[in-house]
Write a protein that binds this ligand. Structure first.
Ligand code: NCD
Length: 323
C-alpha cells in the first residue's frame, strides 16, 4: 500500500513503489511543459516558501516555475539578502516565515540534516532541495525519470558516477535511488573523494580510481561538478584531474555505444567534462532540466496540495486549467 508522503527529505527512506508513483505522476507534467499555455489551478491559493540558504540557480528557478505552473504563489528567502547575515538562527528564520502561513517549504541549506531539522519544527510539508552533503532527492528523481525515458527501465543498468562523490548530495541520492532498482553502480574519482565506506553503502556498488575501468559497459555516465576550491592539493591540481578523470570523447567510447551522459549542473566545461561530450548526441543534460520541472510539479501537487493518491491527474483533468 502506498502512503501519502508528508515530507520529502531524502530518497533513502522511500520505497520502490513510492519512487515509481512519483515518476508516474511526473509523466503527464512532462507533456504539459510543451503546452503553449503553461498554467494550472491545482494549487491556486496556496503559497510555497522557497527558503534557499545556499545559492542555487537551476533548482530554485525550477521549484519557483513548478509552483507557478500549478497556480501557487511563492515566498522567497534569499540567504544573501536575509537576516541570516545579521546572525539570526535557522529556527528563528523559519518560524518567522511560518508565521506568514506558507503551505509548504522548499529548503536548501549547506548543513546536512537541515531539511529534517525544519520538518520537525513546522506544521506543513518540507521538500529538501539539497542539504549539505546529505541528499538532493528531487535531483535523483529527475535523473531517474530521464534514465527511464531513454532506456525504458532502470533495472539491470550499469552506471558510472564520476568525480567528487564524498561531497556530493546528488551522488548520495542517486546511489540510494538506483540501488533500489538493482542498478549496478561504479564510483570513480580520486581516492580521497571515493573512500572505502561507499562499498558498504548499498549492494551492487564498487569503486575504482581508473576511469577506463569505470566506463566499461556503462549504460549511464553521470559526471559530477568538481568544486574548483577543492583542487588545491598537488595530486589534485586541475591539470592532473583533467588528465585522469575528465570525461572526453575518447573515453566515452569505452562505455556502451548508446550510453547516456548526465550532469546535474552547474557544469565546469573543460574540467570534469569535455565540451564536445556535454553538447554531444549522448548528452541528456538539458532534458534533465526540463524533467526537473515535471518531477517538482508532481511533488508540490501531492505534498502541498495534499492530493489523494488516486486523484485525477491535474495535467489531464480539464477542470484544473487556470482561467
Ligand atoms: C547540485 C547541487 O547543488 O547539489 N546542483 C543542482 O542542484 N543541480 C550539484 C552541484 O552543485 O554540484
Amino acid at each position: 500500500m502506498l502512503r501519502s508522503l508528508s515530507h520529502l527529505l531524502g530518497i533513502e527512506g522511500l520505497t520502490r513503489d513510492e519512487i515509481l508513483f512519483i515518476l508516474d505522476q511526473a509523466k503527464p507534467f512532462q507533456e504539459f511543459q510543451r503546452n503553449p499555455l503553461k498554467k494550472l489551478a491545482a494549487l491556486r491559493g496556496k503559497s510555497v516558501a522557497l527558503a534557499f540558504f545556499e545559492s542555487s540557480t537551476r533548482t530554485r528557478i525550477s521549484f519557483a516555475t513548478a509552483a507557478a505552473r500549478l497556480g501557487a504563489d511563492t515566498m522567497n528567502l534569499q540567504a544573501e539578502a536575509s537576516s541570516l547575515k545579521k546572525g539570526e538562527s535557522l529556527s528563528d528564520t523559519i518560524r518567522t516565515i511560518e508565521a506568514m502561513r506558507p503551505d509548504g517549504f522548499v529548503i536548501r541549506h549547506s548543513s546536512s540534516g537541515a531539511a529534517a531539522f525544519i520538518a520537525e519544527r513546522v506544521e506543513v510539508p518540507v521538500l529538501n532541495a539539497g542539504d549539505g552533503t546529505h541528499e538532493h532527492p528531487t535531483q535523483a528523481l529527475l535523473d531517474a525519470l530521464t534514465i527511464r525515458d531513454r532506456k525504458g527501465k532502470l533495472e539491470g543498468l550499469n552506471i558510472a558516477i564520476l568525480g567528487d562523490i564524498i561531497h556530493s548530495r546528488v551522488a548520495r541520492s542517486n546511489i540510494h535511488l538506483l540501488s533500489k532498482f538493482g542498478v549496478r553502480i561504479t564510483l570513480c574519482g580520486p581516492p580521497m573523494w571515493v573512500p572505502r565506506e561507499f562499498e558498504s553503502m548499498v549492494p551492487n556498488i564498487r569503486r575504482t580510481t581508473c576511469i577506463e575501468e569505470a566506463l566499461r559497459d556503462a549504460d549511464i555516465v553521470m559526471v559530477l561538478r568538481v568544486q574548483t576550491e577543492r583542487l588545491h592539493e598537488p595530486a589534485l591540481a586541475p591539470e592532473e584531474y583533467i588528465l585522469r578523470y575528465q570525461l572526453t570523447r575518447e573515453r566515452l567510447r569505452l562505455a556502451r555505444p548508446d550510453a547516456l551522459v548526465l550532469h546535474p549542473g552547474p557544469m565546469i566545461r573543460g574540467l570534469e567534462i569535455d565540451p564536445a561530450v556535454a553538447d554531444g548526441p549522448q548528452s541528456a543534460v538539458l532534458e534533465q532540466v526540463t524533467n526537473g520541472l515535471a518531477v517538482r510539479m508532481a511533488l508540490l501537487y501531492h505534498l502541498i496540495g495534499r492530493a489523494p493518491l488516486d486523484a485525477p491527474h491535474p495535467a489531464k483533468d480539464r477542470s484544473n486549467a487556470s482561467d
